[in-house]
Write a protein of this length. Structure first.
Length: 284
């Protein structure tokens, strides 16, 4: 069985061999059900058009074929998130109407300083937002208005999902992750809101991505629930690591698909060569 899927690169750098493998898996699992290419270029200054162009080019060189996207069109576009703000605002309004989000002027530094146990953070390194910083009752707002907004998580509730690769995954709200940002103070949708909004609008049946986003999946399941939408299925690919067991960062020197192409690797080499031994000395 194949499930309609998507590729969602963030153009803040060149794609590396880890992305190549996750995206190839996504393409394989989507098969004939269709594959959407969506450029996640919300983070204004850090995203660059040349990285988006390089991502499309590198993934095509790998042999991946998408059926909808910025370069092929399709009924669910536009396929660059920077052009989808009206839709994200609509979703922000639905969350505000449902009473599950609140304005939160606190910076990351405030959050770290106020945390009951400052060392505690979500599996993905986000500090856990202290419930004491939640605001008291307030009037509903008509617009986000230049302040960050957070989703109020149901403290103590365990979110479970069956992942196609990882099996049963559990994350507990308030323990593994806290209230998270859905709208940024620079008036852009935050990652969690944009992804849930778009996976729904683009009718994505299965989300295939790296295992670094497992905790985000629990957040996204809560957002879908608050919006009354069924969540997609999930498949989190293992991360490509170096010999020290560290996952490849965006600037994994020399392991960008670009660089491997220039060094004469074939698409099959990029998708199958064992990496850990190649980067044994890379991170020291
Ligand atoms: N755009 C995200 C990234 O490149 C992936 C988001 C997702 O797959 O949900 O890391």
């Amino acid at each position: 069985m194949t499930l309609r899927g998507r590729l969602a690169p963030t153009p803040t750098g060149l794609l590396h061999v880890g992305h190549a493998r996750t995206f190839a898996l996504a393409a394989e699992r989507a098969g004939a059900a269709g594959l959407v290419m969506r450029i996640e270029d919300l983070d204004g200054p850090r995203c660059r058009a040349e990285f988006a162009a390089a991502a499309l080019d590198d993934l095509r060189w790998l042999g991946l074929v998408w059926t909808e996207g910025p370069d092929v069109g399709g009924p669910h576009g536009p396929y660059r998130q920077s052009e989808r703000t009206p839709w994200f605002l609509d979703v922000w309004r639905r969350l505000e109407a449902a009473g599950v989000i609140y304005p939160s002027p606190h910076s990351r530094r405030d959050v770290e300083a106020a945390a009951v146990a400052p060392h505690e953070s979500a599996g993905d390194g986000e500090p856990i937002f202290p419930p004491a910083l939640r605001p008291p009752r307030r009037e509903r707002a008509a617009a986000p208005g230049g302040v960050a907004w957070r989703f109020r998580v149901p403290d103590g509730r365990t979110i479970e999902f069956e992942d196609a690769i990882q099996g049963l995954v559990r994350r507990t709200a308030g323990v593994d992750f806290g209230d998270f940002v859905v709208w940024r103070r620079d008036d852009l949708a935050a990652y969690e809101l944009a992804v849930v909004a778009d996976d729904h609008a683009m009718e994505i049946a299965e989300v295939v991505r790296g295992a670094d986003l497992l905790t985000s999946t629990a957040r996204q399941i809560l957002l879908n629930e608050a919006l009354g939408w069924p969540p997609p299925a999930f498949c989190h690919a293992p991360l490509v690591c170096d010999a020290a067991g560290q996952r490849l960062a965006k600037r994994a020197g020399g392991l960008a698909i670009r660089d491997l192409r220039a060094a004469g690797w074939s698409p099959v080499d990029v998708l199958t060569t064992e990496i850990a031994s190649l980067v044994a000395g890379a991170g020291g």
